[in-house]
Design a protein around this ligand. Structure first.
Ligand code: NDP
Ligand code: 8X3
Length: 244
């Protein structure tokens, strides 16, 4: 039975991805910090979902957890977050540290832990959760957007380094998607959360899980390098000009 490992599986896209792959007959290793949620997820399919508590910011923990999990066919580097939407000159440095440590360094630790086994088996797939914010800047995207820009360029670099190994890499770049993401970004401010999604018909976690399923189930000779996926209601406006 093929195995998918998903970081940040306690919510949103990560959780939907575990559920989708298990529904399709795969085994899943679900990772995250909130153990009660991991237990609830595992209870859905105890025979096919393994879990481990993992904070991806802790390098030693990542190494131990990946060593213990055995071979995996697909790694979904999904754990990530945005904190705040303030202009850079007003942002909290602690928030910036947390985003860099999670979205960049955590993703690096997990990737580095998974790659040797994939290369040795001449097969495997690393799916990274980027964002449209990694390509298009918007006010307040500053460090979050830059972290996702890193994920995009790192994904491209991985493709170069894995040349000829048979290991595939995909950067998935969603736009507006309703999950706990904005609850975390707005630090529990429910009115901002509700206003953002109200009447916007955002993406659902299942839409992105579907894209992850699709890229990982193409024939072995096909590498889908990037998938940009937005709600139909979302588009990008032209550059602004400040006059004064
Ligand atoms: P959610 O907030 O619903 O889920 C985020 C997940 O990341 C949670 O399971 C959380 O688990 C986990 N996580 C956060 N920090 C850590 C950490 N230090 N160690 C381990 N796990 C962690 O958000 P989404 O599902 O929407 O987001 C998933 C990914 O998709 C993120 O990388 C995000 O940047 C990206 N994305 C989201 C978009 C959106 O609009 N929602 C759009 C584009 C990209 P726990 O707290 O239990 O550890
Ligand atoms: C999340 C999408 O547009 O809020 O990555 O940055 S956006």
């Amino acid at each position: 039975m093929p195995v998918v490992c998903v970081t940040g599986a306690t919510s949103g896209i990560g959780r939907a991805t575990v559920e989708r792959f298990v529904k399709e007959g795969w085994e899943a290793v679900a990772l995250g910090r909130r153990e009660e949620r991991l237990a609830a997820l595992a209870a859905e399919h105890p025979d096919r979902i393994r879990t481990a508590r993992l904070d991806v910011r802790h390098r030693d923990e990542v190494e131990q957890v990946f060593k213990a999990m055995g071979d995996i066919d697909v790694l979904v580097n999904n754990a990530g977050l945005a904190l705040g939407l303030e202009p850079a000159q007003e942002c909290s440095l602690d928030d910036w540290d947390t985003m860099v440590d999670t979205n960049i360094k955590g993703l690096l630790y997990c990737t580095r832990a998974a790659l040797p086994g994939m290369v040795a088996r001449k097969a495997g797939h690393v799916v990274n959760l980027g964002s449209i914010a990694g390509t298009y800047a918007y006010p307040g995207s500053n460090v979050y957007g830059a972290s996702k820009g890193f994920v995009l360029q790192f994904s491209r670099g991985l493709r170069c380094d894995l040349h000829g190994t048979g290991v595939r890499v995909t950067d998935i770049e969603p736009g507006l998607l309703e999950s706990e993401f904005s609850d975390v970004r707005f630090k529990g401010d429910e009115s901002r959360f509700e206003n953002l999604y109200k009447n916007a018909h955002p993406l659902r976690p299942e839409d992105v899980a579907d894209a992850i399923w699709w890229v990982t189930t193409r024939p072995a000779h096909v590498n889908v390098s990037q998938v940009e996926i937005m709600p139909t209601t979302q588009s990008l406006a032209s550059a602004r000009v400040f006059k004064g």
